[in-house]
Structures are given as structure tokens and as C-alpha cells.
Design a protein around this ligand. Sequence first.
Ligand SMILES: *[C@@H]1O[C@H](CO)[C@@H](O)[C@H](O)[C@H]1NC(C)=O
Ligand SMILES: *[C@@H]1O[C@H](CO)[C@@H](O)[C@H](O)[C@H]1NC(C)=O
Ligand SMILES: *[C@@H]1O[C@H](CO)[C@@H](O)[C@H](O)[C@H]1NC(C)=O
Length: 566
Amino acid sequence: MRLATILVSLPAVLALWPQPSSLSLGKGTLWIEENIKFEIENPEAWKRRSGTPVGLPTDLEIIENSIKTTKNAIFQQNFVPWKFHPRNASYEPPMSPKQTISKVSIRQATSKSKNPPTENKSMDEYYALSVTANGDVEISSSTGIGILRALTTMSQLFYSHTKGGKYTPFAPVVVRDSPKFEHRGLNLDVARNYYPVRSITHLIDTMSTNKLNKLHLHITDSQSWPLEIPSLPDLAAKGAYSPGLVYTPNDIREIQLHGALRGVDVFLEIDMPGHTSSIYYAYPELISSFNVQPEWTSFALEPPSGTLKLNSSKVDTFLEKVLADLSPRISPYTNYFHTGGDEVSQSAYLRDETVKTSEQLKLRPHMARFIKRNHDQLRKAGLTPIVWQEMLTEWMLPMEKDVVVQAWQGGSAVNLITQQGHKAIAGNQENWYLDCGQGDWLNPSGGKNSYPFTGCSPRKNWRMVYTYDPLDQVDAKNHHLVIGGEAHIWSEQIDHINMDPVVWPRASAAAEVLWSGPRDANGKDRDIQEAAIRLSEFRERMVAMGVMAEPIQMPFCLQEPHQCDG
Ligand SMILES: *[C@@H]1O[C@H](CO)[C@@H](O)[C@H](O)[C@H]1NC(C)=O
Ligand SMILES: *[C@@H]1O[C@H](CO)[C@@H](O)[C@H](O)[C@H]1NC(C)=O
Ligand SMILES: *[C@@H]1O[C@H](CO)[C@@H](O)[C@H](O)[C@H]1NC(C)=O
């Protein structure tokens, strides 16, 4: 009787993050056998890559890899959910009798499978998952990535039992799911601080668990150039912080392949023409206004100042070489290349002998030509360009409509981008800058007068992240142009040591907004009080996987749900 009461009081939505678009959970218990079989029906049919037009790896490789990950998640990286039940409650199912799951059938859904690419990108990740009361599990999707998403959802249904074994208390289960937005990303700055490859693949694993699918590597900046370009060996040799702190072509391939197997498309950004001072160490003739001191603040937002010259054939030749070297290596794994374009300092161009002006009107044709050259080259290599919002919001550059524009200043920028007919990646420094809240990294000259050294405070509480709507302020007729969004990990004060707790579980809040949408099926804003418990549980799952995710609340708030609602 007591057990029944407790189970009834469980919110029906416990367990899954992000929330599926359609979900029904029961109250039956099923145990899962350690030697469970995953049966792929007709494996021949999966020996291609469906959905996205990118070539590698095949669906079958993705599915086989995710079966391994899923078994590992269920059997090795699970947890006892004591935090989510009243203290001393007997919430665990009895050890017998045991109804078990011994097999998962994986089927290709034919009804949804148009050969690649599908028009509706969210259909690429559509999947169905069902678990019957007597333990038959079936998963279907038209794509390997869809099967991967389904297995991720499935692994979240299971818990560890204190007496051994893994069980789900939610049978029968029916899930039909696809993402609201096709582009669900994190932007990781690996130039301000260097991140070892294994910390980036670790981030990719956690992103996959969160059903995030785009890792944007902001891979070069003014402070360091860690990206090895074999045809220009001095670039990273002199521009990296230290000789070992580089990403070799093999590293990039490893990261991209790791992502492809986990349903995370990894693309690179070379931010330009600003944010490029580190090129100076190898090619001083390409950079204007390098490291002006002490008045660097007049030439850049961060030291060292410096910007690529804007009307220089040497710069063109250099960029032609960089992109020619890079594009064929990365294009098997991604459709995108980000050419930056944020925070360009106009005053830095007064000292650029190829233009000698800081007037935007005079700089604009040069900027337009600069961008067009890069983008034309990328298009020929089969890559779609992405730029930061300033190219439109400040420079009002004419750009072809294939260019995707990324906002970091929120709704009005996203609206303007889509009004101009461009696809937009939403983002907002007020909500989705995960690095903020650590105080200043600059040493202010004022000493105590600069109290309290706030930097870009406040820290974006997960509720700030969760309540950002990528469609905020966007005209309804342009909603289809908002392809998704990215949360940002700028790395002035972050490296691989504190990455996990800075990113998780706050990025999980963004992941749910992007997968499930900012509103529920009834069009109401998602409920923070409901989400807090579910996110706390998902945090435990991430911790069990070896992710140093922060707690959302103390167990007191979780054991008796809604005790901590204000
Ligand atoms: C815990 O529950 C058991 C059985 O339900 C009961 O015998 C015991 O006294 C409880 N302990 C505490 C500390 O409440
Ligand atoms: C794409 O498919 C999803 C899932 O069925 C649906 O919710 C969405 O409205 C579709 N989008 C378009 C543009 O057709
Ligand atoms: C830009 O470069 C071209 C070719 O070198 C040159 O003819 C032109 O004068 C330059 N423009 C400016 C504004 O310096």
C-alpha cells in the first residue's frame, strides 16, 4: 500500500532529459539482463549514412557504437536514485518475481525514410521507442542518428538496485520523439585556453547524452593559434602557447570522428578579421595594430590587439592556403565552417597601410570582399559558411543567403538576421554565456577601487539558461529560419580542469530548450519547478558517467518534491 502510494506520487515525467515530444510511462517494473542482445534487423540496410549528407561514418557504425555506449551507461554508469524518494522510503522493487528484458530489436523505419537528405531536418533524428509490460523492446528510426537518440533515451529509464541488478520502474514505455531545433550546440573556445583532445571527446560524450548535436570549436583567437596547418607549419609552431599545445590533423580527425559516432557534428571557427593577433608570431606582415600597449583598449576588447589587414593580397594568399589545407580534411565530417566576424575594431584599421582608415563606410567594401573571398572558397569545398551577427547587425554586409548567421546578443539580433532572409543560430550573452559569473580576469588598475571585480556577472543560473527562448522577438513568419542555438564556453577562465562543472548541468538546460522547445505541448512556458527535479536526476546520471556536473539543489529539495518551491 505504502509502495503504491509513493509510486503514484512520482511525477510521470521523471527520468528523461531532454523531455521527449511524446511520452507515456507506466508503473510496472522490468529488470534488464546483463547479457541483453541488441538485434539489428537487416544490418545491410544500414551500411550507408542517412539523413545528413556528410559521408562518415555509416549508420551501422553509429548504431554499433551506441549499443556499446548504452550497455556501458546502463550497467557500468548507473546510480541508486535515493535522492528522489522520501528518506527511508521503500521505493525499490522487490527482487522477485523478476520480469526481464533480454532483447532490444532495432528496426529501420521505412515510412519516414526518404533517402538523404530529408527536407525536415528534425525528421533525421526522429525515433520511436517502446517497451511492453512483459519486456519486449523495440526501437525504430530511419537514420542511424535516430537509433542513437532512441538508445540514449532508453538508457535513462534504468536505475541501479541496492541489492544488485538494473531495473526500470516505468514499464510500459512509449516514446515518439524528434527535436524542435536542428542545430543544438555548444561553442567551445579552445584558443584562450588549450583543451587536451580527450577533454574535448569527453565533452562530446556528455553532449550526446544531452542530445546536443553541434560542437563549434572556436579554435583560433588573438591569444593563441593551436590549429596546425601542415602547409604553413610556422603558424601553430609560433602561434600556439607552447609547442605541444596544438591540434594536429590527426587530432581534428579524431575529434570529428568521435563526434560523428556520437551524433555530434564538430565544425571549426577561424575567427577573422578580428581576433587574429596570434598570426603575427609567424606572419607579422599580415597583422595591423599588433599588441598596442598600453592603450590596447582602443584597438581590441582583449589584449593583444591586432587584426588581419583588410586589403592585402598577402592576406588573401595566406587565407587561401589555410582554407585549402583545412577544408578537404574536415568536410567529410561536417557541412559547416565558421569564419567569425565578431568584434572587429575599426580603429585598428587606421594603422593598416592597405586601407588607412577607421571609417566604416570606407572599410565596408573591403570587408565585403574579404568575406566573399573566404566564403566562395568554402562553398567550392562543399562547406556552408557561418558568421557572427556583426557582419549583418553592424556592417550590414551583402551576403549570399546560404550564409548562416550566429547571434550572441539575443532576440533583436536573431530577428534582424531572419528578416534579412538568413538562417540564424540563436544565442544570448544574458542567458547562454556559461563562462560569466567568475568575476574579472583582467587586473584592474584601481585595486580595491575596482571592487567587486564583477567581469561579465552575473553567473547564468540554470533557470536563466532554461527560460531563454530562441524564438524570442522573432517575427512568426521567420521562425523557420531559426535553426537552433548555441550556449557559449568562452575560455578566459575555463580550461579542461573546471570545464565540467562550468558547463553541466547548465548546458543541459539549453539542450532541453533546443530539443523539446521552450514551451510544452500546451504552449505554456516549461515549468521550472518540474524541471528542477528532473534535471537533478539527470545530473546524477551524468555524475555516474564521470562528468563533474554541479548539483542543482540539496537532497532535501528532491526527496520531498516541491518543498523548495518558492
Ligand atoms: C525506516 O523504515 C523502516 C521500515 O519501513 C522502519 O522500521 C524504520 O523504523 C524506519 N527508520 C527510520 C529512521 O525512520
Ligand atoms: C518537422 O517534423 C517535426 C516532427 O514531426 C514537426 O514537429 C515539425 O513541425 C516539422 N517541421 C516542418 C518545418 O515541417
Ligand atoms: C586596395 O588594394 C589595391 C591593390 O593593391 C589598391 O590598388 C588600392 O588602392 C587599395 N585600396 C586602398 C583604399 O588602399
